[in-house]
Write a protein that binds this ligand. Sequence first.
Ligand code: AMP
Length: 433
Amino acid sequence: MLKKFLVPRGTSDILPDEIFRWQEVESEVRNLLRVYGYKEIRTPIFEETDLFVRSMGQTSDVVQKQMLTLQSQKKSDADDIEIGGLSLRPEGTAPIVRSYIQNDLDKKESLSKLFYIGPMFRGERPQKGRLRQFHQIGVEAIGPGTSSPYLDAEVIALSVNILKVLDIKHYRLKINTLGALQDKENFSKFLRQKLKPNVSNLCEDCQKRFERNVFRILDCKNKTCKLVVDQLELGSDYLSEESRRYFAHVREALDSLNIEYEQSFKLVRGLDYYTHTVFEISDSSLGSQDALGAGGRYNNLVSDLGGPQVDSVGFALGMERILLAMPKETMVAKSAVNVYIIALDEISLKRAFQILNILRSHEISSDMTYRISSLKSQMRLADKVGARYVMILGENEIKKGVVTLKDMQTGTQREEKVDNLSKITQQLIEKQL
Ligand code: AMP
């Protein structure tokens, strides 16, 4: 028995039956992003591993446990494939910042509003809504012109509005601020103080996180850690007056847009690069993997990666989870085929083949099977592809110089002269539009 290959664990094929949903989501989203002034950017799916280590932080879970790093292979001395030190991208922000710096985008525009849609890769344990290859829709607004709380609000509102245009209604938006770097430092000291009496009750990972990256403890899914975190009372005492004022502006701007949110002092985000505003959108209908998306401000990332001192704010939404959260009725398959041609014998097939190509040259989506079989079985095929019209050609039609045109919606049928094909085609084009 020959081995049958399967899709790698944690990845999936998007089959033709599903792809139209992806395309619909993408086209709605692209349209909204255009309205908000964001332009698409595409970067490679792998980058230097160090780019992710430096940006997300050595202690982040993604870097510690989930990076998919390529191994260099030496097939022969002369043929050294130099891929050591490269990793599949686990997220989109660092590659975009890398590209922003490399291409001197700061010199070209004061504010770069960029978006991406594409696959990301993380070596996670797969489960529903958690994959090793998944897709994100993300935006990054980068540049000296981004240091406005209105832009934080715009980015948050945009992420919410994406969900709204996709008919997702049951999401929850949580926001918080980490403040500037010094505030973050104060916050982590404050957290350590609060958690100190309970360190021994934390899971092994969190005991390490206590020193290395105490914020991550707030996100831990372990039951006992959750109990400890639930009992914590956190406020915003660690914030400077300036950071407090900035966040108040963000909230005011969100209020002015009627965006509903909850403020959660325990929302931190696990990556090093965030400063000031952070936010997360979840949908409880998704079960344990309920995060639809997240984002925030990262004012030091561009300079930390060797670029100019410019501010940035962005988010990423998970495409697979969006598709899971969307109501099913908004996802009716659109028929790709307008006219299905049925030929009942070899002579009709010759004529049918010509007609098919005339229709296609007029951009009328049309198809046929090139195998002669009964009318009934070909009608079944037409039904399967969801054809709007069927054109039947048999001995009778050839003799009379006509085609039988059946409207699959109304069930009515009539004969049309083949000479009139251009007229029929014109009518079909009008109906197609
Ligand atoms: P993160 O960068 O981890 O905040 O991810 C942003 C969004 O991407 C999440 O809210 C999810 O919707 C999605 N996402 C992250 N990791 C995965 C994964 N392993 N599988 C599917 N979706 C994911």
